[in-house]
Design a binder for this molecule. Structure first.
Ligand code: GAL
Length: 664
């Protein structure tokens, strides 16, 4: 199977989405000239071009794309060619309203924006396959083609009748019989028993809380239905160009697609990232989603989209301050990206995104944005041969599973303040601040290469995952588990005893008797060998062999264990029944990492300096508000400047160094 290396060929791809159909052809000449000037090596073309390519059903217009690809090729710019199926033309919705998605309450989602397709609609699929076939046949052997990009940010949901029929087929595959389905969904509750398949619907708008197992299966189904659309187009383009890698771009930490399942079907994992430049922890959000992309890819990945400056979809859209675009791009390289691209090359004059930043802004080339884009192009050109294809090695894995996410965020639960993604972010932050490079992993994945495995909270764990975790600890691993974990099975049935018995044995706990969610802003003092304040959640635990690291000192649970630690087989298992405040969580995870024999990527760095190792290189990234002075052990060369770096290294605000070991 082709992979990202087939497109990068030892470089870091640099460029962005290019939408030349928004411009007269004279502009294209200027575009390619400025792309060369900026060091652009790759553009993504055609993402939203369906109406231009097929202005009427079956009537194709490829002349402009022929000229464009030839022009790009003549200037040495590679093309990531998109299938345009994310934005069907108005004629499709007009002639075939059944291709338009329906919301939970039955209202139609119309054309006039983008993404208005129902993944289960046979008509949509037929038309999407037809335009894909045309493109693939025409351009599959074009010398400019380096990669296929299928659709764009698959994320639609639909509750229409075609979806209902498709959902039933999916349920038949999963559950076999109606009896099994009734059992899996617990339909004895509230008189929900299904006597015929045709009675089953996607979970449409209802009077009160809907069946959680039905909601869970629908989330799984929707991810699978979209994935079928992806794999159908992937198969078409791969048939015409078997040596060209195929990808689609994921939204960062996106709830709607099971990323583990999707990554298996993609030759290249591609990610779009838009951290808020104004957010204190924007850099950490970037690190988290980059770690996820690398983990999904199992190696180098592609940063498909980011913004050079402001986006246009936050309530207030602020530009990136000087240097931040370069810093966050280098962060992605540090964390495994072999392609750094933007949305988009030339800023649009019209349409919904005319205020979104681009590589080439409305004001042209005489501005900081374009100068920074050009500098970054040169940086990446220099770094390419040293990093492209090299791995990032992490000693820690943070376990993440979309099934658990979906199951844990349904209505009718103990606390609506539990936010899956926010909790993952908090735990990742603790490791990130301590410069422990962290992969994300599925709970049933092979964990043997990690010294430390952490679970922020996985409400749902399958039998396979539980056996995996038990074996991991028994054979010497260190596991740190957060609250509300191992509670439900694969169908969202509560495990006997409330928390799975295998997990309790590993943790040295007899029982979790009660969950005590905390109110907004409420904290509980915890004391012991670690003193801290717990937030969000607490539990009434009964230990069975575990050492108590900290007890609740306040409130109804005063005197009860809050944090425990247990030796199981050759390993150690911690349990955190509350979420310590950020500094304390970092202290706890740092202690567990140290006890597990892990060292951070670099030590004694000023706060705000991120350190990541990629291959033999050490990336230092200054996210702090001012200059930072770093003491370096040994001798290095900074690949960005070509200068030796020994002893003390000063990083400007938003400054970065990419250090290679050097002879003294
Ligand atoms: C992405 C999308 C792009 C563009 C961008 C703006 O979600 O793929 O087409 O809309 O957002 O930030």
């Amino acid at each position: 199977m082709p992979d990202l290396n087939d497109a990068t060929r030892g470089r870091i791809l640099y460029g962005g989405d290019y939408n030349p159909e928004q411009w007269p052809e004279e502009t294209w000449q200027e575009d390619v000239r400025l792309m060369r000037q900026a060091g652009v090596t790759s553009v993504t073309v055609g993402v939203f071009s369906w109406a231009r390519l097929e202005p009427a059903p079956g009537a194709y217009d490829f002349g402009w794309l022929d000229r464009l690809l030839d022009l790009l090729h003549a200037h040495g710019i590679g093309v990531v060619l998109a299938t345009p199926t994310a934005s069907p033309p108005p004629w499709l919705g007009h002639r075939h309203p059944e291709t338009l998605p329906q919301a939970e309450n039955g209202t139609t989602v119309w054309y006039g924006s983008r993404n208005q397709f129902c993944a289960s609609s046979p008509t949509y699929r037929r038309h999407a396959a037809a335009i894909t076939e045309q493109l693939a046949a025409r351009y599959g052997a074009h010398p400019a083609l380096t990669m296929w990009h299928v659709n764009n940010e698959y994320g639609t949901h639909c509750w229409c009748d075609a979806t209902a029929a498709h959902f039933r087929r999916w349920l038949q595959d999963r559950h076999g019989t109606l009896e099994e389905l009734n059992s899996a969904w617990g339909t004895a509750f509230w008189s929900q028993h299904y006597a015929e398949w045709d009675e089953i619907l996607p979970p449409r708008q209802a009077q009160y809380i809907r069946n959680p197992a039905q909601l869970l299966d629908f989330a799984r189904f929707t991810s699978d239905a979209l994935l079928e659309c992806y794999t159908a187009e992937h198969a078409i383009v791969a048939r015409h160009s078997p040596a060209v890698p195929v990808t689609t771009n994921h939204m960062p930490f996106w709830r709607g697609q099971d990323g583990w399942a999707w990554a298996k079907e993609q030759d290249v994992v591609a990610l779009d990232i838009y951290p808020d430049p104004d957010a204190a922890l924007g850099a950490q959000h970037g690190a988290l989603v980059q770690d996820l992309a690398r983990s999904m890819a199992g190696g180098p990945w592609m940063l498909m989209e980011q913004a050079t400056g402001a986006v246009n979809w936050r309530p207030v859209n602020r530009p990136k301050p000087a240097g931040l675009n370069r810093l966050w791009s280098l962060q992605a390289v540090a964390r495994g990206a072999d392609a750094i691209c933007f949305f988009q090359w030339r800023q649009s004059r019209q349409g919904a995104e005319k205020f979104h930043s681009a590589m080439l802004p409305h004001s042209g080339t005489g501005n900081r944005t374009f100068r920074e884009v050009t500098t970054l192009g040169a940086d990446l050109d220099r770094l390419g041969p040293h990093v492209s294809g090299t791995p990032v090695t992490a000693g820690t894995a943070l376990l993440h599973d979309w099934d658990a996410w979906w199951a844990s965020e349904q209505p009718g639960r103990p606390s609506e303040l539990l936010d899956y993604q926010e909790n993952v972010t908090a735990w990742h932050r603790a490791l990130w601040e301590a410069n422990h490079t962290t992969d994300l992993a599925h709970p049933a994945a092979d964990l043997t290469r990690y010294r430390l495995v952490v679970i922020p909270s996985l409400y749902l764990l399958t039998d396979a995952a539980l056996d995996n975790l038990a074996a991991y600890v028994r054979t010497g691993g260190t596991l740190v588990t957060g609250y509300f974990t191992g509670v439900a099975d694969h169908q969202d049935r509560i495990r006997p005893g409330g928390v799975d018995a295998r997990l309790r044995e590993v943790l040295g706990l007899a029982a979790v008797h009660q969950w005590w969610p905390l109110n907004e802003g409420e904290t509980l003092r915890c004391t012991g060998t670690e003193d801290f304040r717990g937030t969000l959640w607490a539990e009434e635990l009964e230990t069975a062999g575990a050492e108590v690291v900290a007890r609740y000192a306040d409130g109804e649970l005063a005197g009860h264990p809050a944090v425990t630690r247990h030796t199981h087989g050759e390993g150690t298992a911690w349990y955190l029944s509350t979420r310590p405040e950020p500094d304390a969580l970092r202290a706890l995870l740092t202690r567990a990492a140290r006890e597990a024999g892990l060292r951070p990527a670099a030590e004694h760095l000023p706060a705000g300096v991120e350190a990541v190792r990629r291959g033999e290189l050490l990336f230092l990234l200054n996210h702090g508000p001012q200059q930072a002075s770093c003491e370096l052990p040994g001798h290095w060369e900074d690949l960005l400047t070509g200068k030796p770096a020994t002893g003390s290294l000063t990083l400007e605000r938003h400054g970065a160094a990419v250090l290679r070991p050097a002879a003294p």
